[in-house]
Design a protein around this ligand. Structure first.
Ligand code: BEZ
Length: 391
């Protein structure tokens, strides 16, 4: 990196060159350019909005600045389309010259972003996509995640369902990294606990033509079904599952995305469903209470897990920036500080692993009315195994 091009040095030189002695010049810090690469269209659009809202809420609570630097946002709609991901992320890196990228929701898009971030050295904070590879084989000193790995909620649910004594399970999901990895995590724990996955069903992302697969589930007659769907697809799946008459006969379980941010649209069809996730609607933590109040006041909406992850992405950025006094060229110090920090999240305090993924409690929740109600801690301080990460 050319040190003269770092924002703090550039500002100092500009002030010196203009012979300005004003206090304003002495105090000016360049804006911090944050590139938000999130879906604004498609089945994950609402998830992107919630992350954006959460991130901005934290920044607003800090007076619009982090470590003295005003935040400037640049946005790209990634459409949850992996085929456009490299072009989209390069708009932020090469055209807009952002200081940090925050994104995205879809695991396939996130892997392309991680590759570009690793090659360019640009700081990347992933506020949702759980692609195991991002904090596994693709892990890097400049890549962080504020959300989860796909393995985490899946593994926790595998333990829960095995302990319930369920033996024969069918899985159903979208055929892409998030679905595959969620099922793999589930299967690892469920089979360790004595259960077996008798059929793995899937359909291409973001297809929602579930009928033929629901017929296959009915014919297989498993003890239960484990699923990963999210956003608009999760709404349709839960409604179709109930309409097919399966809800009454074959219990449906899932990674918590199945019922997070979706309950208004799912209505009674979601009632009673059990899921596992690193957030719930009734945690009873003062930090969560304050967050939920501020979010509802600002956006006239109830927050969900995606809003929390956006909020915590901003908290992680703030923690690293504070340690380097706003100078992102100090990459090693930034990373060391984030690795040491405890994030005081609405989900409960979490730490960041060496591979830069949250080490966090995974909750068992049950849908009651319009809430994902906390039932118990399914897995305490669960760390992703970070297979393949060399950090
Ligand atoms: C993913 O693609 O990683 C993902 C998308 C939505 C919710 C959770 C995970």
């Amino acid at each position: 990196m050319n040190i003269l091009r770092t924002p703090l040095v550039a500002t100092a030189l500009a002030c010196a060159a203009s012979l300005a002695t004003s206090l304003a010049c002495a105090q000016a810090a360049p804006k911090l350019k944050v590139g938000l690469m999130l879906p604004a269209t498609g089945t994950f659009a609402a998830l992107g909005t919630a992350i954006d809202n959460g991130f901005r809420l934290y920044v607003a609570e800090q007076g619009g600045k982090l470590s003295g630097r005003e935040i400037e946002f640049v946005k790209v709609d990634d459409e949850s389309d992996p085929s456009k991901a490299t072009d989209n992320v390069n708009k932020l890196i090469k055209r807009d010259n952002v200081d940090v990228i925050v994104g995205t929701v879809h695991s396939g898009v996130a892997m392309a972003m991680a590759k570009a971030a690793k090659e360019s050295g640009t700081l990347l904070i992933v506020p949702n996509a759980g692609a195991d590879a991002v904090t596994g084989p693709m892990c890097a000193p400049n890549i962080f995640r504020s959300s989860f790995s796909n393995w985490q909620p899946g593994y926790a649910m595998g333990e829960v369902m095995a302990k319930k004594g369920l033996k024969k399970v069918v899985t159903i999901t979208w055929k892409y990294a998030a679905g595959d990895e969620s099922v793999r995590g589930f299967k690892e724990a469920f089979e360790k606990g004595g259960g077996s996955v008798v059929k793995e069903l899937n359909l291409p992302f973001p297809n929602v033509e579930f009928q033929a697969l629901l017929t296959e589930i009915a014919a297989t007659k498993p003890d239960a079904v484990y699923t990963f769907f999210a956003g608009g697809g999760a709404v349709k799946f839960v409604k179709d599952y109930a309409a097919a008459g399966l809800k009454k006969t074959i219990p449906l379980y899932g990674a918590g995305f199945l019922t997070d941010g979706t309950l208004e649209a799912q209505g009674a069809d979601a009632e009673g469903l059990f899921t596992t996730l690193h957030y719930a609607d009734s945690l009873n933590l003062p930090r969560d209470g304050a967050f939920r109040l501020a979010y509802a006041k600002t956006y006239k909406l109830q927050p969900d897990v995606y809003a929390v992850q956006g909020y915590d992405a901003a908290q992680m950025l703030a923690a690293g920036l504070a340690a380097v006094k706003g100078d992102l060229s100090k990459k090693d110090e930034f990373a060391a500080a984030v690795e040491k920090t405890k994030i005081d999240s609405p989900r409960g305090v979490f730490t960041i692993s060496k591979s830069h993924n949250p080490v966090q409690d995974i909750y068992l929740r049950q849908v009651t009315g319009k809430e994902n109600k906390l039932i118990s801690v399914a897995s305490k301080s669960l760390a992703d195994p970070a297979r393949g990460c060399k950090l």
